[in-house]
Design a protein around this ligand. Structure first.
Ligand SMILES: *[C@@H]1O[C@H](CO)[C@@H](O)[C@H](O)[C@H]1NC(C)=O
Ligand SMILES: *[C@@H]1O[C@H](CO)[C@@H](O)[C@H](O)[C@H]1NC(C)=O
Ligand SMILES: *[C@@H]1O[C@H](CO)[C@@H](O)[C@H](O)[C@H]1NC(C)=O
Length: 398
């Protein structure tokens, strides 16, 4: 009898363990989200084993890849540029005037994701359909094989190729109507490449709009109110974000442990804390009952070995005002239930203080990745609503 009960109990406990998630009641479609979350968690748990067996970090996500299929409205092609794969969407209908263009950078913690994933492929098609835009959706080499700054450099190289007069003319793109957009780790790369672009005398063509969708913007303080409130939230937990961040620079677990404890920045770099001081940079309503404490200093050796996390090309929030001031019209989307919420909010404050025009969309019932949840694969109502708003905004402003 007890054996039978045990047989029943174990699967129940496992199911409860994998399904359980503290999903706030504001978020709709609880059950669907819980199923997706349990699939993600199982995958994260078996990832180290699969990596040991020689697979990539998230081989199961390969099911998301779709081939580049053209139809009567759009020509879709995969191209290799410097060994980096780029999916290009060009409207089929002839146009008498040059078109606008969106240069898109996907998310996935620098460790996974692809322009060929269904939800990104679909977003590209929607941009063609709604904006009549040429869409260039770039990949970049991923962790754990490649660390920072490979991801940044890959994207910058593709951008440099695209922003040439000759290439833009080939695709029929108007050089004054280009947007660089991306989500999550892709939002990090958007902010970083745009800052570099401003100071690059070799690239004459600049962009009209940058769009940061729940971006990752700093690695210095992992004890922001959004990290505290959402440390166990669905899609990206605090622990995972610390893993993405530390792995961006190294596989050495010492950096991960220091980041989780928020003791990784050396005393020599304390002057950088002012750029990520949420006590001054967050609007009142997001500070609520939280008490600010300066992160504890970490050992200098860690920063000497892995200086990347103090680099502005990895943490764009560390840029000074003289750089920020020259940024183009910026669109920032943040979600309430997201560890990365306050990264976006702090960048918003810094850009506004530097007199940059910024449009902010805060999704009250949103969680990390909400736009991808609007794809036909996942079909979340809140995701669809946000995608539609986003495309409408781009149509009016690009
Ligand atoms: C192509 O565009 C037309 C007009 O907008 C639309 O009715 C049709 O469904 C589109 N075709 C595909 C395959 O999306
Ligand atoms: C592209 O990748 C191949 C195989 O990995 C390598 O041999 C070649 O040198 C790479 N080319 C460039 C331009 O990086
Ligand atoms: C952060 O801001 C608060 C409030 O303005 C200030 O008291 C504190 O010294 C600042 N800390 C750092 C490290 O900049």
């Amino acid at each position: 009898m007890w054996k039978k009960s045990l047989c029943l109990l174990i699967p129940c406990v496992l199911i409860a363990y994998y399904c359980y998630a503290p999903i706030p009641h504001e978020i709709e479609q609880h059950w669907e989200l819980m199923m997706i979350w349990s699939f993600m968690r199982i995958q994260m748990h078996i990832a180290p084993l699969l990596e040991m067996l020689g697979f990539g970090p998230f081989p199961l996500l390969e099911i998301l890849v779709v081939p580049p299929i053209s139809d009567e409205n759009v020509t879709v092609t995969d191209n290799l540029f410097n060994n980096v794969s780029v999916r290009v969407f060009v409207p089929k209908q002839k146009s008498s005037t040059p078109r606008r263009a969106v240069f898109y950078i996907h998310g996935g913690g620098w460790v996974t994701g692809s322009a060929a994933w269904g939800p990104y492929d679909e977003l590209g098609r929607w941009m063609v359909e709604r904006l009549d835009a040429v869409v260039v959706s770039t990949d970049y080499r991923l962790l754990p094989k490649y660390h920072f700054p490979t991801q940044f450099e890959d994207v910058y190289d593709v951008l440099r190729w695209f922003l040439r007069k000759k290439v833009l003319a080939e695709y029929g793109v108007d050089p004054t109507r280009i947007c660089i957009a991306g989500d999550s780790a892709g939002g990090n790369l958007v902010a970083a490449v745009n800052q570099k672009l401003l100071n690059d005398p070799e690239i004459k063509i600049k962009v009209k709009i940058q769009s940061l969708i729940y971006p990752v913007l700093q690695a210095l303080d992992m004890d922001l109110p959004s990290y505290r409130e959402n440390s166990h939230m669905v899609i990206v937990k605090k622990q995972q974000m610390a893993e993405f961040w530390s792995r961006y620079f190294t596989s050495d677990k010492a950096l991960l442990e220091a980041m989780v404890a928020n003791q990784h920045t050396p005393v020599e770099s304390s002057h950088l804390f002012k750029f990520v001081n949420w006590s001054t940079l967050l609007p009142e309503r997001f500070k609520k009952g939280h008490v600010y404490t300066t992160p504890i200093h970490g050992p200098s050796e860690l920063a000497k070995k892995y200086p990347g996390f103090l680099d502005v090309q990895a943490s764009p929030l560390l840029a000074d005002d003289s750089t920020l001031r020259r940024l183009p019209l910026t669109h920032i989307l943040t979600c309430q239930y997201d560890v990365l919420r306050d990264d976006g909010l702090m960048y918003l404050s810094r850009l506004r203080a530097a007199d940059v025009r910024v449009v902010h969309e805060h999704v009250e019932d949103g969680f990390h990745g909400i736009l991808s949840f609007g794809s036909s694969l996942l079909n979340f109502r809140a995701g669809k609503r946000e995608v539609n708003k986003y495309l409408k905004w781009l149509k009016e402003n690009l």
